[in-house]
Design a protein around this ligand. Structure first.
Ligand code: CU
Length: 507
């Protein structure tokens, strides 16, 4: 047995020593077959040699290393006539990181915030000890400290990064992470990356105050600024019911409000690849270019087959789509309507000398009437389609309505990093997200890109999927990236309260 194959041991949070099968045999303990007390299983933790081995397997010889400095800091930002004091990586969004598939990202995080923080690299199948989940994959990076993340990026696509501590995600700590493929650029002329966000930090409240208020008053009470309970919950047919728990004074596209948007110098006939990212904490967006068809090419970074022209696409928190459109003779806005809420965000795309105007309320109304493509409209492209295979293991995740103290749970339990849903390497795993609540949940799995099962097989490859109220969504993935992987609701307030659990590799 090589050191890499030696079963790891770990002392879990409750103080039980969990031993691997090999170690159990070595101690002469009989395996117990009773379902009431299953045999102890050794978890593949972030320090397991299997993690380093998986990283070595995905790193090409002579891989280029790309160093980046990221300083999480407190400071003033201008959102377009709205000045806020917030937490960011120095600008909003943070500076884009762009590299090529197979390169190594070496990102030094300097934490100049008053709290611990981490960075999670959303959507990447990276090494587990660089996934940025405190108490699960690393200790949080203390205020005033530094930590260097280093990992190979195995897949091309549109990704992003954000902290995984508290509700820091609902401040300004996010940025796009674009991984290029050598084949990129064949069907478009230029790119436009847009990060959409819902914003309240520094406007008389902040995310910690909003969360404290939700926890104190439960779902349907409270009247603080930033809370949505004055006139009842916002509703959306597209989202199957409640559209959110929090009211936001602003919706942003690339860090700017709708009345002071950024613009892009397009030309008539130019094909633009949009890379659209929803960094919101409690808002799904309906995105589109009113009157101009979109051709969706990627879901959460992975290629799709043609789904026909789209008038609009639903984009939940954490989700991304890539879509190509052709600039018409006149300037147009790329719009993101806050689904079920009031307001939108936009980036103006000029068409040569024809400049897109800022006032786009009527265009937003047009988009509200558009036919909206959702997860059911997309199909994985053949090169990323997981071959049909019966699952080796199936785990149900029951998503329950919150109790009086806004405690969202999975399978009736609060989050415990020592607990989890066991999987073994090389298994085909099926997760069944069973939504027993009255609100939608964008469910995200770390370290993998699953395939959504649906009526129209094959479903799209994704890492975040909307699970509507009282519905069940099934996803399959291959357990090919060992470690302890968080799976959770990407509503920042649900996740923190604590709609999270662990897909836990065991030996
Ligand atoms: Cu949720």
């Amino acid at each position: 047995m090589t050191p890499a194959e030696r079963p790891s041991t770990l002392l879990n949070r409750r103080g039980f020593l969990a031993l691997g099968a090999g170690a159990t045999a070595a101690l002469g303990l009989a395996a117990c077959s009773s379902s009431a007390s299953p045999p102890p299983q050794a978890k593949v933790g972030p320090t397991s040699p299997l993690i380093a081995r998986a990283e070595a397997a995905r790193r090409p010889a002579g891989a280029v290393v790309r160093p980046v400095d990221l300083t999480a800091q407190v400071g003033e930002l201008d959102l377009g006539g709205v000045q806020v004091r917030t937490w960011s990586f120095g600008q909003l969004p943070g500076k884009e990181i762009r590299l090529k598939r197979g390169e190594v990202l070496q990102a030094k995080l300097s934490n100049r915030l008053p709290q611990p923080t981490t960075i999670h690299w959303h959507g990447l199948a990276l090494r587990n000890d660089m996934d940025g989940v405190p108490d699960l994959t690393q200790p949080a990076v203390a205020a005033g400290s530094d930590f260097t993340y280093e990992f190979t990026v195995p897949e091309a696509g549109t990704f992003w990064f954000h902290p995984h501590v508290g509700v820091q995600l609902d401040r300004g700590l996010y940025a796009p992470l674009i991984v290029e493929d050598p084949a990129d650029g064949g069907d478009y002329d230029t790119e436009l990356v847009i990060v959409f966000d819902d914003w309240l930090d520094g406007t008389g409240t902040d995310p910690d105050a909003v969360l404290a208020n939700l926890k104190q008053n439960g779902m349907n009470m409270g009247a603080m600024p930033g809370m949505d309970h004055m006139g009842g919950m916002p509703k959306s047919d597209l989202l199957g019911g409640d559209a959110g728990d929090v009211t936001y004074p602003h919706f942003l596209a690339n860090g700017r409000t709708a009345t002071a948007p950024t613009s892009f110098p397009g030309k008539p006939g130019q094909r633009i690849r949009l890379r659209l990212i929803n960094a919101g904490a409690d808002t799904a967006f309906r995105v589109g270019v009113p009157g101009v068809p979109l051709r969706v090419t990627h879901t959460d970074g992975f290629p799709t087959t043609a789904s026909g022209d789209a008038e609009a696409v639903l984009l939940g928190m954490g989700e991304r789509i890539d879509a190509v459109f052709t600039v018409p003779a006149t300037g147009v806005p790329v719009l993101a309507i806050a689904e079920g809420k009031s307001g939108y965000a936009q980036v103006l795309v000029h068409a040569g000398n024809s400049r897109a105007g800022t006032a786009n309320d009527s265009a937003a109304e047009l988009l509200k009437k558009a036919k909206v493509q959702t997860v059911q409209d997309f199909s994985a492209a053949p090169q990323v389609d997981l071959k049909n295979r019966a699952p080796d293991v199936t785990h149900d995740l029951k998503l329950a309505s919150p109790g009086a103290k806004y405690d969202w749970t999975i399978n009736g339990k609060p989050y415990d990093p020592a607990d989890g849903l066991p999987v073994r390497q090389r298994q085909r795993v099926r997760l069944r997200f069973v939504n027993d609540s009255d609100m939608y949940h964008p469910m995200h799995l770390h370290g993998h890109t699953f395939q959504v099962r649906g009526q129209n097989a094959p479903g799209p490859r994704k890492d975040t999927v909307l699970v509507l109220p009282r519905r069940t969504v099934e996803v399959d993935f291959d357990a090919d990236n060992p470690g302890q992987w968080l799976t959770h609701c990407h509503n920042a307030y649900h996740g923190e309260s604590t709609m999270m659990t662990v897909v836990s590799y065991v030996e």
